[in-house]
Design a binder for this molecule. Sequence first.
Ligand code: ADP
Ligand code: MG
Length: 349
Amino acid sequence: MFSLLAMGILGGMSTLSGAVAGALVVTALSEVTRRIEGAPWLESVGLPPLFGLTQIVLAVAILFVMYRRPDGLIAWREPTWRRPAPPTPLAPSEMIVENRIASKTLRIAAVSKSFDGVQALNAVSLEIRAGEALGLIGPNGSGKTTLVNIVSGVLGADIGTVALGDVALTTLPPHRVAAAGVARTFQNIRVFEHLSVYDNIRVAALVRDGDPDLATRRVLAEPDLDDVALTPAGSLAYGVRRRVEIARALAMNPVVLLLDEPTARMNEVETADLARRLKDLQRRQGLSLLVIEHDQSFVRSMCDRLVVLSQGSVIAEGAPEAIRRDPAVIEAYLGRRHTKHDDNRGVDK
Ligand code: ADP
Ligand code: MG
């Protein structure tokens, strides 16, 4: 049992070559130490027979590998002899994306949620109308991420309902919500770091009907990610990783896309670029967007309408310009200006 564990830890548990390397290393070490243990010259130099040397050597090897290469000797870059061919460019006839022309409104009705006595959402109702870009703003801790978690099925609401068109989403698990047409990204990016960009997107394309590889290539062509298609997503720069996450969401051909602070930690150029791409998608595919953002100019340039949350309640709703002058909104932001940012609390961001 100990040897088997040692093989996994030493070689690396997430690759086939890791398993092979682990087995070879452990077998070789065991064999060598076993010979030393039983060697006749031990007695001639006055040492008693050694017991447990194998275990000691393996234990030291495990400690060393955990210190230097925590994921194992062959962590996740599986050596390949034949590199897979990069995805081929699409023929013009393959570029045509089905248009799910948003005829569906996402309705959130009287949703409440509390965590151990903290009322994160308090009877929140709002609509993302077909084809619109709705901005959701509010101070830190006002419940924006919690709302996205509830709509996407990651969290259950205490009470209230969520529906897309006439499909109730309230009790569906996340993968069913996604299949129903609601895709999302996470405040703290969540890509499969060990998978290539191509595979990250393909995973999402499996959710829908049709050829997943065709869907993947279509999405890759879209935000020019094809250059990095075979790169492990974990090794990409932040801005690119965010685009992979968005591309993965789009591969499901969603009706509604929920974006939780998509431009956080992006620079100005990346932000403007993202705004342009999203606007374009909204126009061409009739995609509805819910955008959570702190960057006021981004929200104002992107969104047709804004909803403002404060301490779990909707305090204002309307055109971006009107919201900017709304006294209740100004109060909510000024009143919280000096509180500490609590962006990274909670588990499901
Ligand atoms: P926002 O995204 O607007 O910054 P959140 O939805 O993350 O706000 O948080 C709303 C409130 O709910 C905060 O007080 C936060 O601490 C709390 N909260 C969020 N998620 C959890 C959780 N998983 N467990 C406990 N409390 C949480
Ligand atoms: Mg948040």
